[in-house]
Design a protein. Structure first.
Length: 149
DNA sequence: GCCAACGTTGGC
DNA sequence: GCCAACGTTGGC
């Protein structure tokens, strides 16, 4: 399986990931996204980094999974915006993974462009909004990589 | 800033 | 369990 992770570039962009090299993908507070992270995201899998809520929404680059799911520390940190008072160490509610930068596309692949391609019509990104961690099929991955060259 | 889509909360 | 109210996401 391949994946697509959304991020607001004003908070954390592909350029930040490239500069840092690796990142903890934390702060996921949606159950469907959590379940993908916790149950399915596997070591070494590819991840497209998608910029959302910005002037040019689209796929900005790719990364790979270097550590599979572990409890998101932010849920236990009362000073964090991602604090969850209902989570406990015995019963973590939220999970995160670690990723490593692989590539920054020469140009962000615009959402509008992705929408034009029949081969991508079934992408979760295009069929369902509001899901910040989502699967990408091998076929979709190949098509998008081809566009990014 | 608007607003559609959809997730979450909480009363019953 | 239903569903209305409310909150959030995210494109435009």
């Amino acid at each position: 399986m391949h994946w697509l992770f959304k991020t607001e570039p004003g908070e954390f962009s592909i350029d930040d990931l490239e500069a840092d090299g690796t990142a903890r993908w934390d702060g996921i507070r949606n159950y469907q996204a959590r379940n993908f992270l916790r149950d399915q995201v596997a070591l070494g899998e590819g991840v497209f980094i998608y910029h959302s809520s910005c002037a040019r929404p689209g796929i900005a680059g790719q990364a790979e999974v270097i550590k599979t799911a572990y409890p998101d520390p932010a849920q236990f940190d009362a000073t964090s915006p991602y604090f969850d008072p209902k989570a406990s160490g015995d019963d973590p509610r939220w999970f995160c993974v670690d990723i490593r930068w692989r590539a920054t596309f020469a140009e962000v692949l615009p959402l509008a462009r992705l929408k034009q391609l029949p081969a991508l019509a079934d992408m979760v990104l295009l069929k369902q909004g509001r899901l910040s961690v989502q699967p990408v099929t091998a076929e979709q991955w190949q098509v998008i990589e081809g566009l990014a060259e």
